[in-house]
Design a protein around this ligand. Structure first.
Ligand code: HBI
Ligand code: FE
Length: 292
């Protein structure tokens, strides 16, 4: 792919944050991918990865979905910042997904196209020592530790491809904010029902020191059974714990609920007002009523 110097994308989260993008968007390919500068990582950065990795693994016991734990273990990424090529050996065999290194956030349409082709964009840089607990923009720890393990689950892998394939239709309808809500509440902060109780599978909570436990155990947030239109309409804030979590019965439930033509859904929802993050509806199948 030819090299190109493109301007950084408008920050997709700019609606909620005003920071400039972190990455170096100078020498990237037309599809916003770069080579992972593996030799540029310092020993201190590898140690930072190990600190974050070990701290999260301690927290995940009894809180993370089994499919996530199995995926994480298959990636062997405990010893330091992982080589994306090495992870691709495992992932490609499991579900045909491959990781591509990117400078950071990339435009929605480019992001959707990567997902539609089973390529997951992973920011190549790691957060600084002064921002271990809160990060405004995804770094390699959020993207790899949070998102990659579940891409080894065939049903979730198929869901993520379908999500990407749905991008152009959302853009056509001016509904990318609705699709971003689906990503936020499921891919970033989704909960799943299991015989042992609720478990977290969202990347945003699994890579966060506190939100994994909060999302599963806290009496404060509402927990509502996942419904596609309800989630498409529910607003979110990027810099606080969720006020409402959506719960899927299974990854098959997630796939089936989203496996439909979104054209009529976007047309119908276009006139409707957004639902507030802490609001409950009469039609909700409430799993736990929160105190929000
Ligand atoms: N870019 N690298 C990267 N990672 C994301 O998670 C990402 C993105 N661009 C857009 C985006 N997410 C959101 O708008 C999604 O809801 C599409
Ligand atoms: Fe993410």
């Amino acid at each position: 792919m030819e090299k190109t110097t493109q301007t950084p994308p408008p920050n997709p989260f700019s609606a909620n944050t005003s920071h400039a993008l972190r990455g170096n968007y100078e020498d990237m390919r037309a599809d916003y991918t770069v080579e992972q500068p593996f030799d540029s990582y310092t020993e201190e950065e590898h140690a930072r990865w190990r600190f974050l990795y070990n701290r999260q693994c301690e927290l995940l016991k009894g809180y993370a979905a089994d499919a996530y734990i199995r995926g994480l273990e298959s990636l062997n990424a405990a010893d330091g910042i992982p080589r994306l090529d090495a992870a691709n050996e495992v992932l490609d065999k499991a579900t045909g997904w491959n990781l591509v290194a990117v400078p950071g956030l990339i435009p929605d349409d480019v992001f959707f196209d990567h997902l539609a082709n089973r390529r997951f964009p992973v920011a190549w840089w790691i957060r600084g020592a002064d921002e271990l607990d809160y990060l405004v923009e995804p770094d390699i720890f959020h993207d790899f530790f949070g998102h990659v393990p579940l891409l080894s689950n065939p049903t979730f892998a198929a869901y993520m491809e379908k999500y990407g394939k749905g991008g152009p239709k959302a853009i056509k309808h001016g509904a990318t904010k609705k699709l971003a809500r689906l990503y936020w509440y499921i891919v970033e902060f989704g909960l799943i029902q299991t015989p042992e109780g609720l478990r977290a599978f969202g990347a945003g909570m699994l890579s966060s020191k506190d939100e994994t436990i909060y999302s599963v155990k806290s009496p404060i947030p509402h927990r509502v059974r996942f419904n596609l239109e309800r989630t498409l309409m529910t607003d979110y804030m990027v810099d606080d714990f969720q006020k409402t979590y959506f719960v899927i019965d299974s990854f098959d439930h997630l796939f089936d609920e989203c496996d439909r033509d979104f054209d009529p859904i976007y047309s119908k929802l276009a006139q409707q007002a957004a639902i507030k993050p802490d609001q409950l509806l009469e039609s909700d199948e409430v799993i736990t009523y929160g105190e929000v």
